[in-house]
Design a protein around this ligand. Structure first.
Ligand code: 3UK
Length: 540
């Protein structure tokens, strides 16, 4: 066994007890990893070593780096971390900034130096930052100078955080200036395959953030499964998209996966649906990662742009409604790849290739993973029956010192909190988050199914469906609807929408209440916050 390279053993000591780990499976030949593995070195240094250093690697924020240039920058930053900031293997380093080449270089420098990269979302406020920093006992932060204030105010409540270094700054003590004076050679710390390299926090809807911990091996496993077997991009592809690198959807899709095949990536600070089509045109991007609502919004605007370079589009984070798949196909000619992933499992574990796409369903287990649908006693349910989604594979949930480990992992299965069924063809069909199922008049109703039905109506731009308390039925189905420009939010439209739903799905599922709004509450990762809609319905 290769010994851990971690000198600071905090993360290892706070892994869940072994008996609470999920079962890990390494069923594919490509999932056999050496005992000593540094994923930063595997993903980056390998190309330079193999004579591919001149390949384009990363673009954005006015930067265009080859693999060799990114490696040189990473090595200089790693020298600053180790020689000046005193980082030792196993230390937790907070990374904070909008997506950019420099943020990516910081991620690689931290991991190459054997430390642990702790991602954060740019919009987090001091209170949330302090929760993460304290939970992970973060000692150092690398922070975009423009986001310095919120971290500075968090620091007053963060005794472990000793060093904050800013980047994207001309200041003499900024990371750029310090790195510029360093040598561009740095040997990766020879970490063990099961040393932790990454902590990703997931907020959920209630309670304090949960920190998931991933090994160097997990990063390589994520690259070996979904990207190789489902996405099937090639080395001349240019990746682009919106999810932040602090969200594992973005970290994988926009950084780890392109580098794992020697392709290039475009990291944009702003990649909202109003600017993404122009960026695709400008960079001639070919593989796009974003959320279902963004594809829906872009479907209306891409006509004005040359997006002919685009050949693969990935949707994740939320269920992809059939109507959105069709709208995007009509607008771009591209059949989307949908995939469900989670922070706990690092990336996508159920998905489908373009050829296997089936509207309204997520797909089948990605090679390397197995999945099933279980009842409340963790017994498999027959096809067509709704139950709890359960997954096993080479990656899985290990929360940092958290009692909620016992909820996510039971009997060796990762239970994602999603209600699913398996259809007659073996496809996994998303129903709702388990907590979001609506029970009305004795029927179980999945809000997203009603949303999908509403989204087929031309007047509906976006919608969210929840259950609200009702004396007679327990709950009734309520739809909160944002109308498309040019349509009036009238009682007549509400009636029309109700009739429209009754015609496409079982009539008992129709929304008995409809409210029109200008926008819906969403997380920074684009997820609809149904709990907020519920809270608002309760208090009104
Ligand atoms: C939901 C989906 C239906 C589902 C993520 C890709 O979203 C990611 O991670 P999170 O931890 O949330 C996980 C939960 O989000 N979900 C995600 N994708 C889909 N539901 N269809 C989908 N395609 O409830 C899941 O349990 O924020 C997604 C890659 C990495 C990720 N971290």
């Amino acid at each position: 066994m290769t010994r851990s390279a971690h000198i600071d053993s905090f993360a290892r000591e706070h892994l869940p007890p072994r008996e609470q780990w999920p079962e890990f499976r390494f069923d594919l030949p490509e999932l056999q990893f050496p005992e000593q593995l540094n994923c930063a070195s595997e993903l980056l240094d390998r190309w330079v070593r193999d004579g591919e250093g001149e390949r384009l690697c990363i673009q954005g924020a006015g930067v265009r780096w080859t693999y060799a240039q990114l490696q040189a920058q990473v090595n200089r930053i790693a020298r600053v971390l180790v020689d000046e900031l005193g980082i030792v293997p196993g230390n937790r380093v907070l990374l904070r900034g909008a997506n950019s080449p420099m943020l990516a270089a910081c991620w690689f420098a931290v991991v190459k130096a054997g430390a642990i990269a702790v991602g954060s979302m740019p919009l987090l406020r001091a209170k949330e930052l302090a929760q993460i920093v304290n939970k992970a006992q973060v000692s150092h932060a690398l922070c975009d100078a423009r986001l310095a204030d919120e971290l500075a105010s968090a620091m007053t409540q963060c005794p472990t955080l000793r060093h904050v270094t800013h980047f994207h700054s001309d200041a003499p003590d900024a990371l750029e200036a310090r790195a510029a004076s360093k040598r561009s050679a740095f040997d990766a710390v020879p970490t063990a395959a099961d040393d932790i390299c990454l902590m990703a926090f997931t907020s959920g809807t209630t309670g304090t953030p949960k920190g998931t911990m991933h090994f160097h091996r997990d990063v390589m496993a994520a690259c070996a499964c979904w990207p190789a077997h489902v996405l099937r991009a090639h080395r001349d592809d240019r990746f682009i998209g919106s999810p932040p690198l602090g969200f594992t959807f973005g970290l994988g899709g926009l950084l780890l996966f392109p580098l794992s095949i020697g392709a290039s990536t475009v990291l944009l600070e702003k990649a909202s649906p109003d600017v993404l089509p122009a960026a695709i045109e400008q960079y001639r991007a070919s593989v796009c990662f974003t959320a279902p609502t963004a594809y829906r919004a872009m479907a209306a605007t891409v006509a004005g742009h040359d997006i002919s370079s685009l050949r693969k589009c990935v949707s994740a984070g939320e269920a992809l409604p059939a109507a959105t798949r069709q709208l995007w196909k009509d607008a771009s000619g591209i059949e989307m790849i949908d995939g469900i992933g989670s922070t706990e499992l690092l990336h996508i574990f159920i998905s489908h290739t373009e050829e296997e796409a089936k509207p309204g369903v997520t797909g089948k287990p990605v090679p390397g993973y197995i999945a099933c649908v279980l009842d409340d006693n963790l017994r498999p349910v027959p096809p067509g029956t709704v139950g709890r989604l359960a997954v096993k594979g080479p990656t899985g949930c290990r929360y940092l010192a958290d009692e909620r480990q016992r909820q996510y992992v039971q009997d060796g299965w990762n239970l994602t909190g999603d209600a699913y069924l398996i259809d007659a063809d073996g496809y996994f069909v998303y129903q709702a988050r388990t907590d979001d199922m609506i029970i009305s008049g004795g029927y179980n109703i999945a809000g997203p199914e009603v949303e999908s039905a509403l989204l087929l109506h031309p007047a509906v731009a976006e919608c969210g469906v929840i259950g609200v308390a009702d004396a007679e039925r327990g709950q009734i189905v309520k739809a909160v609807v944002v109308v498309r420009a040019g349509h009036a939010a009238t009682p007549a439209l509400a009636k029309e929408l109700q009739d429209f739903v009754k015609q496409s799905i079982a009539p008992y599922k129709y929304p008995r209440a409809i409210e029109f709004r200008a926008s819906l509450p969403r997380t920074e990762t684009g997820k609809l916050q149904r709990f907020k809609l519920r809270q608002e319905a309760q208090s009104s």
